[in-house]
Design a protein around this ligand. Structure first.
Ligand SMILES: [Zn+2]
Length: 310
């Protein structure tokens, strides 16, 4: 298997928005079946890019880097995209899965970086913010520290995965964070932030059969929400657990997340996957360990959503 751009980046230890943007340009030149467009813009005006490939009927959405300091999910998903494109061209299998067949049965819509401004803050620091007032505010919201390794939020200090209208008020009370912060502040109302708004509108428009949000860390698969999930969600999650070695977890006491909202609105399968193990941000050198399990999990998720008959 060819290992391209992402692995080169491991040596410089950085994979931010610019790297993803360049990587996508290279891939779309190399592989005409890849379509790259934008679903909206971040607070600082960075296009939130979506990649589309496959021609099948089942529509599947996978996103990464909702949380800024979980940015390793971006190069992991980009590597997956690159490997799928490569195998689709050559006919090679990927971890035993027939990628050509999968892309004939499914249409994939992948957003490798939901929170570009937050990721850039974590990997490059606040000096890249041109607005002086915002640059100062970010420093203050981060308790006057320039160590952004704990920063999960978008650039306005709102946690994008606490922004969805699924018992949002309950989550706000639980979090007890009343203003912009590096993490856990859900905003003053649901869907106030352009990144969350863009993902919500895109999800409603495309009517996905399955959605998967990639986070770190814990090697866990969250699959339920307030008993609103479909009857086969647990079996589906168990299958993903089996191929990845991750644990399928029935979660309670958590609201306002993207997958919560998706399950509540549609009743279709929605997953949060906690990749890897350790302290966020996981070092990019962890990619090698995480990648094979993540790839198997995603390939299995893409391969079918219905329970096996017989
Ligand atoms: Zn997360």
């Amino acid at each position: 298997m060819k290992r391209g751009y992402v692995m080169e980046c491991r040596e410089i230890d950085i994979y931010g928005y610019e790297e993803m943007h360049d990587h996508l340009s290279t891939l779309s030149t190399q592989y005409p079946i890849l379509h790259v467009e934008s679903i909206g813009s971040s607070v600082l005006g960075r296009p939130i890019q979506v990649v589309q490939m496959g021609v099948g009927e089942r529509k599947i959405h996978i996103n990464a880097a909702f949380h800024a300091n979980e940015w390793i999910t971006t190069p992991l998903l980009m590597q997956f995209i690159e490997d799928c494109l490569h195998c689709n061209t050559t006919g090679e299998q990927l971890y035993g899965y027939d990628v050509q067949a999968l892309l004939a049965e499914a249409e994939l819509w992948l957003v490798p970086m939901v929170n570009p401004d937050g990721v850039e803050l974590v990997v490059r620091g606040r000096e890249t913010i041109s607005d002086k007032q915002l640059r100062e505010a970010v420093f203050n919201w981060n308790e006057q520290s320039d160590d952004y390794t704990g920063w999960k939020a978008n650039i306005r200090g709102v946690d994008l995965n606490d922004q969805f209208p699924a018992f949002w008020e309950v989550e706000c009370e639980r979090r007890t964070v009343s203003g912009p912060s590096s993490r856990d502040y859900g905003g003053n109302a649901p869907l106030t932030e352009p990144e969350a708004k863009a993902i919500a509108a895109f999800t409603q428009k495309e009517e996905f059969d399955v959605v998967i949000a990639l986070h770190t860390q814990g090697k866990e698969i969250y699959w339920n929400y307030r008993d609103l999930e479909c009857p086969h969600a647990e079996a589906y999650a168990n299958r993903l657990a089996q191929v990845s070695g991750y644990a399928a977890i029935k979660l309670t006491g958590s609201d306002a997340g993207y997958k919560d909202w998706f399950i509540q609105e549609t009743g279709r399968p929605g997953f949060t996957i906690e990749l890897g193990e350790g302290v966020n941000p996981l070092p990019i050198s962890d990619m090698q360990d995480i990648y094979p399990n993540m790839a198997r999990l995603l390939l299995e998720a893409i391969s079918r959503s219905e329970p096996q008959v017989g």
